[in-house]
Design a protein around this ligand. Structure first.
Ligand code: FVH
Length: 283
């Protein structure tokens, strides 16, 4: 079967991984990078300028540092009739503005948020995938090609939704990393090996993760007390144990107190019989 040819602008760590995956799958690839030489040995056709890369193919993928570099790279380039897929990380607002910008120039636009690190790209079982949003027609036309480096998850016509999903998941990850950092700090001066503690932490976080579904159901039903097992009043009452333990271990509670304070305010406002779904509206 004929493989769709495409152009890729940006051969950083991620762009290079994408290029290798498409080339390995037999897609003719034209590549451009600001600093020459990054395409050496890849097997791609090398474009001298962004305009040459864009002119070479209808499907044009961008994987640059940030939205400002996309602006600089495509300034003055003829985009009429092109299908732009922007895998550069940015905010939802930047993606929406970039989609309007592309439309004004006669191009279809799809934004992408990559949920992977470069070594995961091109390995179907790695769990790598990309959130896509924007032109559904573009996504359907190039679905097979886009699925080569990583799985695809199209989340709607709003071009900002891919970035929003991406940032929401990353934000949850940082909350988790904050808790993990605090937990290791609590045991740092004790005779507890971090490598012995780590599997306990993984098992506990894994056991707690499905609670996400209960929160989602409460948010949709509006009944934040239905089926609650560990209500906020109980959690706030025991929060003192967490901060006292941190003080006893000589550990700053700075990573956990913001969340504990939010729970306290919610309980003080009469929501002690609920769980955490009501906190979402307080932020
Ligand atoms: N690497 C990762 O783990 C993450 C995973 C999730 C998604 N991100 C995003 O992917 C975009 C590219 O990331 P990257 O890893 O390829 O980043 P770098 O290796 O730093 O390469 C950056 C490329 O951007 C080019 N570039 C920078 N500024 C400009 C500019 N003003 N005009 C044109 N190109 C520019 C840079 O070119 P050069 O320095 O080689 O000349 C690289 O090609 C990114 O949005 C991540 O957030 C990766």
């Amino acid at each position: 079967m004929t493989k769709t040819p495409l152009s890729l602008l940006g051969l950083g760590a991620m762009g290079t991984a994408l290029a290798r995956a498409w080339l390995a799958a037999g897609h003719p690839l034209t590549a451009w990078n600001r600093t020459p030489g990054k395409a050496d040995g890849l097997g791609a056709d090398v474009a001298a300028t962004p305009a040459d890369a864009v002119a070479a193919n209808r499907l044009v993928v961008l994987c640059l540092l940030n939205d400002a570099s996309v602006e600089q790279t495509l300034a003055g380039v003829d985009l009429a009739g092109k299908d732009l897929v922007d895998l550069t990380t940015g905010t939802p607002a930047q993606a929406r503005a970039r989609a309007a910008w592309a439309r004004e120039r006669g191009a279809r636009f799809l934004d992408g948020g990559i949920m992977a690190v470069p070594p995961m790209i091109g390995h179907p079982r790695s769990g790598a995938y990309v959130f896509y949003s924007g032109s559904g027609a573009l996504f359907e036309d190039h679905r097979r090609t886009l699925a080569v480096p990583a799985g695809t998850n199209y989340v709607g016509e709003d071009p900002g939704f891919a970035a929003l999903h991406d940032v929401a998941l990353l934000s949850a990850m940082y909350g988790m990393f904050a808790g993990i950092t605090h937990a290791f700090a609590l045991i740092r001066d004790e005779d507890i090996a971090p490598t012995a503690f780590a599997p306990l932490l993984v098992d506990w976080l894994t056991a707690m993760a499905p609670h996400v579904h209960r929160t989602a159901e409460h948010l949709e039903s509006g009944n934040h007390a239905e089926g609650v097992v560990s209500n906020l009043a109980m959690q706030v009452a025991s929060a003192r144990t967490l901060t006292d333990t941190a003080a006893g271990q000589g550990v700053s509670p700075e990573l956990i107190t913001p969340f504990l304070s939010l729970m306290e305010r919610h309980v003080a406002d009469g929501h002690g019989d609920e769980d955490g779904a009501g906190l979402v509206a307080r932020l």
